[in-house]
Design a protein around this ligand. Structure first.
Ligand code: UDP
Length: 389
């Protein structure tokens, strides 16, 4: 089977990293077509996954922008469609990995007659999308997608609530290669030394692009509410950068950290590619998104690393963690509840270690990449068979 993957972003967000895992086994039988150039293209090339960039200029990719409408008037849509249509001749299936790729993919499928699959990685609700963008997404998916692959029950439910057809929408969780998350203890020690982390310190990692809804400010706020004696042991690693131009938020975070007198306890590490080592160097990973997370790769990655994880109790995160069994959930935007939870966990070394061990075990059973690839291959096979018959 030959697959033409479409993705709007040149930057390696969660959707793009998941796509790499899916595309890898297809080798030359697939092509990843990006709507913009960027570091994601280089990562695909390094992984020897065939890639091409469809537009030579950058695009504004904020979700709620009038991008979909603007696309039509700017001539980008015509250019993208023309290129996709030509490329699609050599492939059996068109696979849209993101919501904006859905527009181009569905129209290309309509013009070419090729089967179309949409990987749904967003919660299609008014919180993130305008009413007209929601309508466009659902109408195109219903009209053209032989299958919609939702990355959580939360994304599937929102899709159906927005008018999406339930019978074509299958939940397949993101998968992870366990071997990638086995960090060598020597490397982890070295990393801790490089970051000047001492064994007495309690290291809390937050792994997300810097963006208001990812809630780094909630974690900082929570730390300021922890008693000063306990707080003096805590170091925070903020791992990630502002991928989509949220520079004001980055400034805001620095000001918040300085105003709280945490300048020597919070390290801004920027975008990193050594996530397993960094997670293994942490005593706790905190996910503090203020809006429902469609899936939350970082939560499962922490589980694979055997690092205890706390996540915001909303969206897909609720499906990933069984509270007190494989991790902990904390109400979104509630810094006080988060501070109390962190303080409690810091005092329960043995129970916390036990939960992290269980989580690692469960993550292998529930989120193994092999299983995810198999389920998606089955869905693609069904699509092709249905189209032929
Ligand atoms: N990530 C990374 N480097 C960073 C920060 C994050 O490689 O500096 C990765 C992280 O390990 C995860 C992905 O980016 O695999 C983020 O995915 P998630 O589903 O958590 O959030 P999204 O970006 O899709 O909103």
């Amino acid at each position: 089977m030959r697959i033409l993957f479409l993705d709007q972003s040149g930057k390696p967000g969660g959707a793009e990293l998941s796509l790499m895992d899916l595309a890898k086994p297809y080798g030359d039988r697939c092509l990843v077509a990006l709507f913009e150039d960027g570091p994601f293209r280089q990562r695909l090339e390094q992984a020897e996954i065939p890639v091409t960039c469809l537009l030579d200029h950058g695009m504004k990719v904020s979700k709620d922008s009038a991008w979909w409408q603007g696309l039509g008037s700017s001539g980008d849509l015509i250019a993208l469609l023309g290129k996709c249509l030509r490329l699609s001749r050599d492939y059996d299936v068109i696979y849209a990995n993101t919501s904006k790729a859905l527009v181009v993919g569905a129209l290309t499928s309509w013009l070419s007659g090729k089967p179309f699959v949409y990987h749904l990685r967003d919660i299609l609700s008014r919180e993130h999308f305008s009413q007209s963008n929601l309508r466009i997404a659902v109408t195109l998916a219903n009209a053209r997608a032989c299958a919609v692959i939702a990355n959580s029950k939360a994304t599937r439910e929102a899709f159906i609530q927005a008018g999406g057809k339930s019978e074509r929408c299958h939940v397949v969780y993101n998968g992870f290669d366990p071997a990638q998350y086995q960090a060598e203890p020597g490397k982890v020690e070295e990393l801790r030394r490089n970051l000047s982390l001492s064994p007495e310190q309690f290291v809390i990692g937050h792994f997300s692009r810097l963006s208001p809804w990812k809630g780094q400010h909630v974690l900082i706020d929570a730390i300021t509410q922890i008693s000063s004696e306990t707080r003096s042991r805590i170091v925070i690693l903020l791992v990630g950068s502002a991928l989509f131009g949220e520079d004001d938020y980055v400034q805001q975070l620095h000001s918040q950290v300085n105003a709280a007198g945490l300048g020597d306890r919070v390290q801004f590490l920027g975008f990193r590619s050594d996530i397993p080592q960094l997670m293994s160097a942490c005593n706790l990973v905190v996910h503090s998104s203020t809006s429902p997370e469609p899936f939350g790769r970082v939560i499962v990655e922490a589980m694979f690393c055997g690092t205890p994880v706390v996540a915001s109790q909303a969206g897909g995160a609720v499906e990933l963690i069984e509270p007190e069994v494989t991790g902990w959930l904390s109400p979104p935007e509630d810094a006080t509840a988060l501070s109390q939870l962190i303080e409690r966990l810091m005092g329960q070394f043995q129970q916390v270690a036990q939960v992290a061990e269980q989580a690692e075990h469960v993550s292998h059973a529930r989120f193994h990449l092999g299983q995810t690839r198999k389920l998606i291959q089955g869905i693609l096979n069904n699509c092709l068979e249905t189209e032929v018959s």
